[in-house]
Design a protein around this ligand. Structure first.
Ligand SMILES: Nc1nc2c(ncn2[C@@H]2O[C@H](COP(=O)(O)OP(=O)(O)OP(=O)(O)O)[C@@H](O)[C@H]2O)c(=O)[nH]1
Ligand SMILES: [Mg+2]
Length: 449
C-alpha cells in the first residue's frame, strides 16, 4: 500500500475530457515530472486548486491540460492524489499514463483506489461496494439505492444489528461464566425471543429478489405458441423493428433481446421461438432455448392470439402455469381484431393477471407496462440491496435461529452460533474480512476507480 499508483479514470473512447489519476506518497513528485504549469513559481501547488499547463513526457509535450493536487487526507483515497484532466481521447490519455508510469508509479489494479479508501478508513466495505453500484447503475432506482448505501444506509442498519448481537453474546457469556450469580433460566428467558426477533429483522432486510432486480433489472420472457405475436409485441415495447415478424409460424428461432426502462427500472425482454412440437432441427433448438429463457426469467408473458380459438398447444401452455412460484402474465394479443373467446373463461390459477393487448396499437400496452413496472419496483426502505450483503444477512439470520434452538440443549453451542452470525455481519461492513474476500470484491471494479 506504500507505492504510488496511476490509472486512466475515465471510460475509454472519445470525449470532452479524460482523467489520469495518481495516488500515493509520490503523487506530487510524479505530477512535477509530467505536468508543466503555465504560471511562474507554481510549486508546491496549492491543494485542491486547478492549475492550467501542459502534460509532458520528458521534453515532449503530450497535451494541454488542467492538473489538481489533493493532499492527504482530504482526498478520495486519503493519500496524496493528483489528477490530470486531458482532452478526451485514447492516444492522449494512454500517453499521459505512460509518462506517469515512467515518472515513478505503477499501474493500479481494478478497484485499487477505492480499496485504498477502504483500507484508510474513509469508507467501509459496503460503502466501497456502493461506489461500484453507482457506477454500474443502469436506472434511477439502482442509482438511488446505491447512493443510500454510500450514505451509510446499509452500514448503520448492520451496525445496529451487530450491537444487539453483542449484547446477546455478552448476556450469554455472563451466564456461562458466572452460573452461581444468575440462574440459567433467569439469564436465558429473555434471550431466545431477542435472538429470534433479530433473525426476523435480518431476514426481512435480506430480500434476494429485490437485490437481484436492482443489480440486473427485471428479466421478462415472451412465450407462447408460434404466430401469436410475441416478436410483434417485443418490437412494440421497444418501439423498433428488433425481431423479424412474418405470418409464417416458426419465424423466431434465436432468443431476441431488448431492454426498456419503466419508472427508472430496467426491464430486460427476451422474445423466444414459438413453442410447439417440431421436426425442424433448428426450430427444435429454438424451442429448447425458449423453455430455458422462460425458466430463468423473473416474469413470463404467456402470449395467446385472442382473435382465434384456443389451440391444444395454447391449452397445454395454460395448464402449465404453476399456481405459485412463477410469475406469469397472460396476454391476449391482436385485440384490434374481434375477440374469439372471453378472457373470463380461461382456466387460470387464481391471481394470474390477464390483459388484452395489440401489438398494432401501442396505447393498448399501457396496463402491461404498469404491471411490469410494479414488478420491477423495489422498496426504497430496504436496508440491504446488494446480493453479497443479502446473502450474508440471510446466513446471519440462520445462525441466530440455530442459536435460539440450541439454547435448550447447550448454551455454549448457542454462543458458537452467535459468533458465526457476528462474523457474517462484520463481513458486510468489512470490519472483519479475509483478504480473499476483499480481492473478490475489488476485482469487480473497473480500473481507475
Ligand atoms: N392484427 C394483428 N396482427 C398481429 C398482431 N401481432 C402480431 N400480428 C401478426 O401476427 C403474425 C405473427 O406475428 P409474430 O410477431 O411474428 O408472431 P410470433 O409469435 O413471434 O411468431 P413465431 O416467431 O413464429 O413464434 C404476423 O403476421 C403479425 O403481423 C396484432 O396485435 N394484431
Ligand atoms: Mg417471433
Amino acid at each position: 500500500m506504500n507505492d504510488t499508483i496511476a490509472a486512466i479514470a475515465t471510460a475509454p473512447g472519445e470525449g470532452g475530457v479524460s482523467i489520469v489519476r495518481i495516488s500515493g506518497p509520490e503523487a506530487e513528485n510524479v505530477l512535477m515530472r509530467v505536468f508543466l504549469p503555465k504560471k511562474k513559481n507554481p510549486w508546491p501547488l496549492e491543494s485542491h486548486r486547478m492549475t492550467y499547463g501542459r502534460a509532458v513526457d520528458g521534453a515532449e509535450a503530450i497535451d494541454e491540460c488542467m492538473a489538481v493536487l489533493m493532499r492527504a487526507p482530504r482526498s478520495y483515497t486519503r493519500e496524496d492524489v493528483a489528477e490530470l484532466q486531458l482532452h478526451g481521447g485514447v492516444a492522449v490519455c494512454q500517453r499521459a499514463l505512460q509518462a506517469c508510469l515512467r515518472a515513478g508509479c505503477r499501474l493500479a489494479e481494478p478497484g485499487e483506489f477505492t480499496r485504498r479508501a477502504f483500507e484508510n478508513g474513509r469508507l467501509d466495505l459496503s460503502q466501497a461496494e456502493a461506489v461500484m453500484g453507482l457506477i454500474a447503475a443502469r436506472g434511477e432506482q439502482a442509482r438511488q439505492a446505491a447512493l443510500r448505501q454510500l450514505d451509510g444506509g446499509a452500514s448503520s442498519f448492520i451496525r445496529r444489528a451487530a450491537d444487539e448481537l453483542y449484547q446477546l453474546q455478552a448476556a450469554l457469556a455472563a451466564c456461562i461464566d458466572y452460573p452461581e450469580e444468575i440462574t440459567e433460566e433467569e439469564a436465558l428467558s429473555g434471550l431466545r425471543p431477542r435472538m429470534l426477533a433479530l433473525a426476523d429483522t435480518l431476514a426481512a432486510a435480506a430480500d434476494e429478489r429485490a437485490a437481484h432486480i436492482l443489480a440486473d433489472g427485471l428479466t421478462v420472457a415472451l412465450c407462447g405458441r408460434p404466430n401469436v405475436g410475441k416478436s410483434s409485441l417485443l418490437n412494440a415495447l421497444l418501439r423498433e423493428e428488433r425481431a423479424i415478424v412474418t405470418a409464417v409460424p416458426g419465424t423466431t428461432r434465436d432468443i431476441v433481446r431488448g431492454e426498456i426502462t419503466l419508472n427508472g427500472c430496467p426491464i430486460r425482454l427476451a422474445d423466444t421461438a414459438g413453442l410447439r412440437d417440431t421436426g425442424d432441427e433448428v426450430e427444435a433448438v429454438g424451442v429448447r432455448l425458449a423453455k430455458k429463457a422462460a425458466a430463468e426469467s423473473d416474469c413470463v408473458l404467456l402470449v395467446l392470439d385472442g382473435h382465434l380459438p384456443l389451440t391444444p398447444e395454447d391449452e397445454a401452455l395454460l395448464r402449465g402455469i404453476p399456481s405459485e412460484g412463477r410469475d406469469v402474465i397472460v396476454l391476449l394479443n391482436k385485440a384490434d381484431l374481434p375477440a374469439a373467446f372471453p378472457a373470463e373463461g380461461l382456466p387460470l390459477p387464481e391471481g394470474t393477471a390477464c390483459l388484452r393487448v395489440s401489438a398494432r396499437q401501442p396505447d393498448s400496452l399501457g396496463p402491461l407496462k404498469e404491471a411490469l413496472a410494479r414488478r420491477a419496483a423495489v422498496s426504497d426502505r430496504l436496508a440491504l440491496t446488494q446480493p453479497r450483503h443479502v446473502e450474508a444477512a440471510r446466513r446471519a439470520a440462520e445462525h441466530l435461529r440455530a442459536a435460539a434452538a440450541a439454547m435448550d440443549i447447550a448454551v455454549d453451542l448457542a454462543s458458537v452460533d452467535l459468533s458465526a452470525a457476528q462474523s457474517e455481519l462484520a463481513s458486510i461492513t468489512g470490519d472483519q474480512v479475509e483478504e480473499s474476500l476483499l480481492d473478490a470484491v475489488f476485482s469487480r471494479f473497473c480500473v481507475g476507480k
